[in-house]
Design a binder for this molecule. Structure first.
Ligand SMILES: Nc1nc2c(c(=O)[nH]1)N[C@H]1C(S)=C(S)[C@@H](COP(=O)(O)OP(=O)(O)OC[C@H]3O[C@@H](n4cnc5c(=O)[nH]c(N)nc54)[C@H](O)[C@@H]3O)O[C@H]1N2
Ligand SMILES: Nc1nc2c(c(=O)[nH]1)N[C@H]1C(S)=C(S)[C@@H](COP(=O)(O)OP(=O)(O)OC[C@H]3O[C@@H](n4cnc5c(=O)[nH]c(N)nc54)[C@H](O)[C@@H]3O)O[C@H]1N2
Ligand code: SF4
Ligand SMILES: [Mo]
Length: 650
């Protein structure tokens, strides 16, 4: 029997450590790693499917080419030649900006960034900026703190009140749940702020059902009360912050009563929430990403950061405004890993992919390469994205499965699974542990790693500089991890099989020296018009939220559901008024498009809010047919939840 230590490669907060076992009869099984201090030996449904996904008969294990609309197998050598020839021809005749590389976080291994390194070596290709995921909040925290850091999950146990603000850990961050349960047992208040009464509400002591997009307004209402009641930590504000005067001047201009109305909470609720957060110390805020998928997403997060500073809940045990955790990132040589800086190529905001291709540079993009993503399902504004994608003459996707994106491409290249090659993984969303994941299994014969794929292409294209800079996988990892290896004094080989973390990040900002230019916490000067903008109207009165599904990581675990319809969850009174019954088939329509869904009656949302879980394939009813293009105030974040709809029975 052999055991290997691996890691979950999915783009999840938790980054679980996994044990792969191969017994004497060659049977494989996987389990959570009981020694991991945070993920503690259990895997969620998605993690447990790593083996069945890896062994799935639907996994494509040979390169394919579309000929006359039909997929045909092709030899690797031919594929590399045809793709390499096309790249050479485009580089010579059209220039690198005629090529787009679109990638996401379908696999979070460090080695998988060889895709970026390759395309950057072409000098000046067209790339995306911004984020489908967390962009507004990242930019917000960079402005306020200078870095994006979170407390060690264990430290949350020291908080008297924990506010979970727009995160749904019971679905998306399951290993946070035991910490919350433990904190509750010890007497902490667990507060949830969300427009949806999610599963997380059931483990909370208090639930506040805010109106969508109103978090910044709520944070300002809380701040007004904090200042009025003398709950402000004036020492923190005067010694360690800047920008307080402008921030306060904006608060003074606003009426508390108006703010309360805009949040959808009652005055009593606001009072109680403010007391729970500012009247007890220490208090911690755990932010999610739902509340920054809006045009005002950056302002929302910055105004919540301000609550932390106002109450002195920054740099103390049990405090913090925890959003993501880019702690380990600091010990990676990203210039080497991603091969940057590269030539000055054009950029476009990811969520405006379709407009960019169709309107801003019509017919100029000649090739697109998709790696680690399923953009046709996950980008907003599906029908336009599809039109834009199809308009590009040469399209290559690297994946495991024939996703909607892959199926609309001209070449499909099959790549290795996390268990099939060694890699380095860490969580940039939550805890500070990192792992060197072992190769446990051989890949199917005709499957190549991305490293091999880009190496073959570079050799065929005679990109000597790239070939020399990235000679082999181990060299890449060791070179990219040089700062971390030097910090720990360990070799990569010594890291094998261990759950490691760097000490000293349990409580960020303990010395109150921030990484902003002034070295102080920076209060926002809020943009009131941006904060207030909401576009519900008589024709489209319902605000659609698209939440992350429990048992799938986005589109990755939906294959068996392509014949089903998504459920649209609606307030039961609303359905009655519309004479729609639970289980009826309805049409959901927005300005961007329409889809068919099954109506599901619930008491979990207000009358003017509906929600659908995202990730449904286009072969079913891709829900991003409904969501708008556009991006947030800062950070170029997609604004999925800024989506207004109507429903009617079919
Ligand atoms: N099971 C599962 N886990 C996942 C993922 C997955 O697809 N499936 N995806 C992973 C990834 S990539 C990410 S980015 C994370 C995301 O993790 P989360 O941030 O937890 O997930 P979301 O579903 O985006 O949003 C969380 C909550 O925000 C709420 N929300 C929406 N609008 C507002 C608002 O205006 N105000 C407030 N206060 N709340 C609002 C939603 O109702 C939802 O309950 O999850 C990761 N984990
Ligand atoms: N409506 C709506 N849409 C959303 C969101 C939302 O809240 N609402 N959330 C957004 C968020 S937070 C995110 S992060 C994005 C995610 O967007 P994507 O990352 O595009 O979403 P996934 O469905 O996870 O697709 C990842 C793909 O990578 C493939 N893959 C897995 N491993 C590998 C590998 O080793 N190599 C390669 N080349 N491919 C691999 C998987 O098979 C899968 O097809 O979606 C966004 N879309
Ligand atoms: S998806 Fe998240 S919770 Fe599930 S096994 Fe992977 S890292 Fe763990
Ligand atoms: Mo994400």
């Amino acid at each position: 029997m052999k055991k290997y230590k691996s890691v979950c490669s999915l783009d999840c907060w938790d980054r679980c450590s996994i044990v792969v076992t191969i017994d004497d009869d060659n049977n494989m099984s996987i389990d959570g790693d009981k020694e991991h201090p945070i993920t503690r030996g259990f895997l969620c449904q998605k993690g447990l499917q790593h083996l069945s996904q890896r062994n799935s008969t639907e996994r494509l294990t040979r390169p394919m080419k579309k000929v006359d609309g039909e997929w045909r197998p092709i030899q690797w050598q031919e594929a590399i030649k045809e793709i390499g020839d096309r790249l050479i021809q485009l580089l010579n005749n059209e220039g690198p900006s005629s090529i787009i590389h679109l990638s996401d976080a379908g696999h979070c291994g460090l080695l998988k960034n060889i895709d970026k390194a390759f395309f950057n070596s072409l000098g000046g290709i067209t790339k995306s900026v911004g984020s489908l995921c967390w962009g507004a909040g990242i930019e917000a925290q960079l402005s306020d703190f200078g870095k994006v850091l979170s407390h060690d999950p264990v430290d949350h146990l020291n908080a008297k009140t924990i506010i979970i603000w727009g995160r749904n850990p019971v679905y998306t961050n399951v290993h946070l749940v035991p910490f919350l349960q433990e904190a509750k047992k010890r007497g902490s208040n667990i507060v949830l702020i969300d427009p949806v009464r999610t599963a997380t509400a059931s483990l909370s002591t208090h639930f506040y059902q805010i109106k969508p997009h109103a978090d910044g307004l709520l944070a300002m209402a809380m701040a007004k009360l904090i200042l009025e009641r003398g709950l402000c930590d004036t020492a923190f504000v005067s010694k360690y912050s800047e920008g307080f005067e402008n921030y306060k001047a904006q608060l003074d201009r606003l009426s508390l009563q108006e703010l309360i109305l805009e949040t959808g909470l009652s005055e009593a609720e606001l009072n109680q929430l403010t007391e729970l957060y500012a009247g007890l110390s220490p208090s911690s805020i755990i932010l999610g990403y739902g509340l920054q998928r809006y045009p005002n997403g950056g302002n929302n997060i910055r105004l919540i950061d301000a609550l932390g500073a106002l109450t002195g809940n920054i740099g103390i045990s049990g405090g913090g405004v925890n959003y993501a955790n880019q702690y380990i990132n600091q010990w990676i040589d990203w210039q080497y890993a991603n091969n940057t800086p590269s030539g000055e190529g054009p950029t476009f905001v990811k969520s405006n992919f379709a407009d960019y291709i169709l309107t801003e540079r019509p017919q100029e993009i000649k090739a697109i390469f998709v790696t680690r993503g399923n953009p046709l399902v996950q980008l907003p504004n599906t029908s336009k994205s599809l039109e834009a994608f199809r308009s590009i003459p040469f399209k290559v996707t690297i994946d495991h499965f024939l996703t909607d994106t892959a199926d609309n491409s001209d070449y499909f290249l099959p790549c290795t699974h996390i268990f099939e090659e060694e890699d380095f993984l860490f969580s940039s969303m939550w805890h500070s542990y990192f792992n060197f994941s072992e190769r446990a299994l051989d890949p199917p014969e005709e499957v190549r790693s991305e490293f091999q794929i880009f190496k073959s292409l570079s050799e065929y294209m005679k990109l000597c500089e790239f070939s020399n800079k990235y000679p082999n996988e181990r060299y890449y990892l060791e070179r990219a991890l040089a700062p971390l290896l030097s910090n720990t004094g360990m070799t990569l080989e010594e890291m094998k099989g261990q759950n490691l973390k760097l000490k000293g990040n349990e409580v960020p900002w303990e010395n109150k020296v921030f990484s902003t230019p002034s070295r102080k916490f920076s209060f926002i000067n809020p943009h009131i018009e941006v904060l207030r903008a909401s576009y519900a109207n008589d024709e489209y009165p319902l605000q659609l939220l698209t939440l992350h599904p429990k048992d799938s990581l986005h589109s990755q675990h939906y294959r068996e559901k392509v014949k089903q319809l998504p459920k649209v969850y609606c307030n039961e009174e609303l359905l009655k008024d519309l004479m729609i019954s639970d289980g009826d088939i309805v049409k959901v329509r927005s300005i961007t498009g329409e889809i068919k869904c099954m109506a599901s009656a619930t008491a979990d949302v207000r009358r003017d809010v509906i929600y659908i879980y995202e990730g449904w394939w286009l072969k079913s009813q891709g829900i991003n047919n409904l969501t708008p293009k556009g991006f947030s105030d800062i950070g170029n974040q997609a604004i999925y939840n800024h989506c207004f709809c109507k429903i009617e029975r079919l």
